[in-house]
Design a protein. Structure first.
Length: 251
């Protein structure tokens, strides 16, 4: 580690990754935003899925002030964050074959919808199977992952493939294998993960692009406002009424 406090170095690393994502993923961000706008304009629904800490970026765009009201969380029990005990159960469930099929079969996801799948490694059975089966249903899939894992690790899915291999559009988070940006001689393991910072930024960039793309077509983006500003609840109530058949987190 070079000069500077660990905090300074982490900020530098995160800013560097964000800059890379901004420059290198600009085309994919535009395409992903356009795909979501196409889906909304055609009457489709939007879903986001992530397992473990990857779920944080998915949750960040669901029922969010300033975000698209139509983005729904595709939740897998035991896998959303670290809210299960033991926390290691979520990691184990990511490797279970058939789980994604069961989730999709009992979810409202249907042909014509769009699904964003977030998985840092993209190597486990759950995200790979989720993408495979969603596309087979006629769902458009956007993958947010670190492409580096595909060349430096082995897939845990029977097909030997990764999430990136089954997506219409892939957003590369640029995160190094292991998701730790800092090292110190006095600490035996690398530390300070930045995947949530970068992945969340990518997701919000896509959401902003989708909203703008809808407006360019003369369609008012179904955006939510903060309930902590005057008129926010009334605004959101209107959006919920207008798009109630495409919003599933209220039930």
């Amino acid at each position: 580690m070079s000069d500077g406090t660990p905090a300074d170095l982490f900020f530098d690393a995160a800013i560097g990754l964000l800059q890379r994502a901004r420059e290198e993923e600009a085309e994919a961000i535009t395409a992903a935003g356009g795909l979501l706008a196409d889906t909304v304009a055609a009457g489709g629904r939007l879903f986001a899925f992530g397992a473990g800490h990857s779920s944080l970026a998915a949750q960040d765009v669901v029922y969010r002030a300033g975000g698209l009201a139509l983005m729904n969380l595709l939740a897998v029990p035991g896998v959303v964050g670290v809210d299960v005990t033991p926390a290691t159960l979520g990691s184990a469930l990511e490797r279970v074959d058939g789980l994604a099929s069961a989730v999709l079969d009992t979810s409202p996801v249907r042909a014509g919808d769009a699904l964003v799948i977030i998985s840092l490694s993209g190597r486990n059975a759950l995200p790979v199977e989720m993408a495979l089966n969603a596309r087979a249903l006629g769902v458009r899939v956007i993958g947010v992952t670190s492409v580096a894992y595909a060349s430096q690790t082995k897939s845990r899915h029977a097909s030997g493939t990764f999430l990136k291999d089954h997506c219409d559009i892939v957003l590369d988070s640029k995160i190094a294998v292991g998701d730790a940006e800092l090292t110190l001689d006095t600490i035996p393991a690398p530390f300070a993960p930045a995947s949530t910072v970068v992945t969340t930024a990518l997701m919000q960039a896509v959401m902003a692009t989708a909203a703008s793309a809808l407006a360019d077509r003369g369609i008012e983006p179904p955006l939510l406002r903060s309930g902590n500003v005057d008129g926010g609840h009334e605004w959101n109530g209107r959006v919920m009424r207008d798009y109630g058949d495409r919003i599933f987190y209220r039930n």
